[in-house]
Design a protein around this ligand. Structure first.
Ligand SMILES: [Zn+2]
Length: 137
């Protein structure tokens, strides 16, 4: 058995019962890298400290044997991440279509609605709560 095979086998044995890298661990790792670059640029020690904590947390999560708890943390993170990504996507989409549509919120349920521009004043019925109101676009 070569030294590489021994090292590989040793690592495999070490990782038994551990989850390894998941999305949250990778996000923490990327955050720590970004903060270390920011430290180099700005020379602000706080970024370095926060980056170090993120790096430590990332390593702790990868090698933790409490898989259930790490899984639950990862699921929570993914929920927040998807929500944030969806909000950014919707915002970019609204910016892209600002000339074609007028965006507004339903006065009852605050869900976001849109109308093609230059339709004048029309009666809008909210698709979510069925509230009807007049809107100019
Ligand atoms: Zn509504």
């Amino acid at each position: 058995m070569s030294i590489f095979q021994k090292a590989k086998e040793g690592l495999r044995k070490f990782m038994i019962g551990r989850r390894g890298a998941d999305e949250l661990s990778l996000a923490l790792l990327i955050t720590s890298l970004a903060l270390s670059m920011l430290t180099t640029i700005t020379r602000i020690g706080l970024f370095y400290l926060v980056g170090l904590v993120a790096y430590g947390l990332s390593l702790f999560r990868m090698f933790s044997r409490n898989i259930e708890k790490r899984y639950a943390e990862n699921m929570k993170f993914l929920g927040v991440w998807r929500k944030a990504r969806s909000s950014v996507k919707q915002f970019v989409n609204r910016l892209k279509n600002m000339r074609k549509y007028k965006y507004f919120k339903c006065p009852e349920c605050h869900s976001r609605l849109r109308l093609p521009r230059k339709v004048g004043e029309v009666t809008v019925t909210c698709g979510k709560c069925r509230h009807a109101f007049k809107q100019r676009a």
